[in-house]
Design a protein around this ligand. Structure first.
Ligand SMILES: [Zn+2]
Length: 337
């Protein structure tokens, strides 16, 4: 089969389009003939080696959709030809965290890699039936961003009427957070570096759009838009460049969600800003296995809208990474195979 393989960490040139063996499903596993893969920021971290070393060539990619192609021994819940979406959180399935529905707290929790390929083998419990009304590309665009956003909105106790500031609103995670927060009845202030994207952000539900250039301080705008009260929730995937503003813009008892650090992860701040104001700092990384099957039907009903910026054939995975790293996205980038 054709696949994108990484032999050593590095820039986009390490994404090699190669011929590799078709994987065989083992006990309890299912092989999927992938038709589309979603590109996530995580794939860039994997490519650069930031998520850990790999001893053998690695096929990146966590989100994907396709058709069941073969089933391993003992698989009863799937049959060849069914359309499926990969639920990319892997965990042991037997520990207290797993059996109580808190999979990301499992000590063996990790995120699946391997959807930049024509075939992938996954545990049968990591598949979700693909609802009607969605294309493979749309189905592959949902996993990580929506599971992550829904999980942290639940943990942040997001409530109707609350005000949220959303950094990096135009990315895949940003648009997922925006749509899910609007569904919960929050007022969302979306931050983007691009004036040209503000109309699109409003179309997907943003109540206010704040244009940000590196070095800007948005605190005054936030305070003015909230009549001096501050924010209930800030969602920060930017990191070093924005984090201090996030902490100082949140109201008493509010929540700062940290879900990425695209500008760097090292920050220094006065802890008194947290404890005196009873602010919760909430780390977010993926989410419960139950979320994807629960939210997928909302896409076929049109309650949530998959937003695809651009699609590339598998062999142009390097071009997709290039766009994500250097030109930004409005929604998701998709690879097709
Ligand atoms: Zn477990």
């Amino acid at each position: 089969m054709k696949a994108i393989c990484i032999h050593e960490p590095g820039d986009i040139s390490v994404l090699r389009y190669e011929e590799v063996d078709v994987p065989e499903p083992g006990v309890g596993q299912v092989r999927v003939r992938l038709r589309a893969a979603g590109v996530n920021h995580r794939d860039i971290w994997v490519r650069r080696g930031s998520t850990g070393p790999f001893s053998q060539p690695l096929i990146p990619g966590s989100d994907g959709a396709g058709e069941v192609d073969a089933i391993g021994a003992g698989v009863a819940s799937w049959s060849v030809g069914q359309k499926v979406v990969i639920n990319p959180g892997l965990s042991c399935g037997t520990c207290v965290a797993c059996t109580s529905g808190n999979h990301p707290a499992c000590r063996k929790f990790r995120i699946f890699d391997g959807t930049y390929a024509e075939y992938a083998v996954v545990p049968e419990e990591n598949l979700v039936a693909m609802p009607g009304g969605l294309t493979f590309a749309e189905a592959a665009s949902i996993g990580i961003p929506y599971v992550t956003a829904e999980d942290f909105l639940v943990r942040a106790h997001a409530l109707p009427g609350q005000t949220m500031l959303l950094w990096g609103a135009t990315g895949g995670l940003g648009l997922a957070t925006l749509q899910l927060a609007k569904l919960r009845g929050l007022r969302v202030m979306a931050v983007t570096r691009s004036q040209s994207r503000s109309e699109k952000l409003r179309k997907y539900g943003a109540d206010d759009v704040l244009i940000y250039n590196s070095g800007d301080d948005l605190s005054d705008s936030v305070m003015s838009l909230t009549q001096g009260r501050g924010l209930d929730i800030v969602v920060d995937s930017v990191g070093r460049e924005s984090f201090m503003q996030s902490v100082s813009s949140v109201t008493r008892g509010g929540v700062v969600v940290t879900v990425g650090s695209t500008t760097g992860g090292q920050v220094a701040f006065d802890l008194a800003k947290l404890f005196r104001s009873r602010v919760t700092l909430l780390g977010a990384f993926m989410g419960n296995a139950s979320i994807l099957p629960r939210i997928l039907p909302l896409f076929s009903r049109g309650t949530l809208i998959p937003v695809i910026d651009n699609s590339f054939p598998l062999e142009q995975a390097d071009q997709a990474h290039e766009q994500m790293e250097n030109h930004g996205v409005l929604g998701k980038l998709i690879l097709t195979m």
